[in-house]
Design a protein around this ligand. Structure first.
Ligand code: SF4
Ligand code: SF4
Length: 297
């Protein structure tokens, strides 16, 4: 497929539609509505699992639970290993067949990054924006740390100075919350782009025949640049199909659908169909690599 000429001279016009930048929180298509729902359910399950003793290793008191029953450390550790391996294999096949859904749909850290972006957007004219954003990110980091620690310790230990692990638990809490805050506040989605080891792995193994964003060059594009502006992974969604996966293509795409949402909103103003689409959309051969499509013509 020939690369459209305008990609060599990107001239993104200013838009007078700041509301469309809210693509980060306001779902437009059914796809992004389901993404919000799934991510919320994952976060709720992650919080409830140790609370309901589905799986919890209380290392501070030497008590372990599985499916509501108290079990030995060995059984609990076996359950952890099975859970990790199961998660790994489910993700491996999901990633092979569909794409990097784990980052866009599942990862609670991505949700916190997204909430930070939404707060940043809403407060864009607020004088205390930097301070409020820092406070919000600190709150997110503390909450995430407590949720993760709840899988491994009794959080009540934090309030029992007589407990032998009191100092250790506070030390771990402080360190994890600080690391979380620095990552959230200083890096945001940059962490997912370039540091998260799981993200790097997914970038490498993501296949070209996965679900991906495609630019339909038979449709008009008003060259507004909004798709690029909203992309949390700093990609250029229009170009992805023309790049290889290792250098800014679908390997980095977390399949959030924000670019498609914003393109749809923008093109509705022109009464034209959006040029950005999923490769599974009607009129595009589903899940077929570009080379195969070209060969078939
Ligand atoms: S290219 Fe689109 S779907 Fe992919 S990460 Fe960027 S905004 Fe999300
Ligand atoms: S693809 Fe859509 S959102 Fe992106 S520049 Fe063109 S019209 Fe704007």
């Amino acid at each position: 497929m020939a690369k459209p000429a305008f990609f060599d001279y990107p001239t993104f016009r200013e838009t007078r539609l700041p509301k469309v930048r809210l693509a980060h929180w306001k779902p437009v298509t059914l796809y992004t509505k389901y993404r919000w729902l799934v991510q919320a359910l994952v976060v709720i399950s992650f919080m409830l699992a140790p609370e309901l003793r589905w799986l919890k290793l209380d290392l501070t008191n030497g008590q372990y639970w599985l499916l509501g029953y108290q079990v030995s450390l060995t059984v609990a550790l076996q359950a952890v290993v099975i859970l990790w391996l199961g998660t790994y294999f489910v993700n491996f096949f999901e990633n092979y067949l569909i794409g990097r859904l784990l980052c866009g749909w599942i990862c609670p850290w991505g949700l916190l990054n997204r909430l930070g972006m939404i707060i940043n957007h809403f407060l864009r004219r607020h004088k205390q924006r930097a301070l409020i954003l820092a406070a919000a990110n600190l709150l997110f980091a503390i909450t995430a740390t407590l949720v993760v620690m709840n899988w491994m310790i009794d959080l009540g230990t934090l309030f029992r100075p007589e407990h032998p692990y009191f100092g250790w638990v506070w030390g771990a809490f402080g360190l994890l919350a600080l690391i979380g805050f620095v990552i959230l506040h200083q890096m945001g989605f940059k962490f997912c782009e370039s540091i998260c080891p799981f993200g790097m792995y997914l970038t490498v193994v993501t296949q070209k025949n996965s679900l991906r964003i495609t630019f339909d060059s038979n449709r008009a594009c008003v060259d507004c640049g909004l798709c690029t502006q909203v992309c949390p992974m700093d990609l250029s969604p229009r170009e992805m199909d023309f790049k290889d996966s290792m250098n800014g293509g679908f390997g980095q795409c977390i399949l959030c659908g924000d670019c498609i949402d914003v393109c749809q909103v923008r093109m509705e103003l022109e009464n034209l169909p959006p040029p950005l689409r999923w490769n599974t959309a009607e009129g595009i051969i589903p899940l077929l690599p570009l080379e195969a499509k070209q060969g078939a013509k």
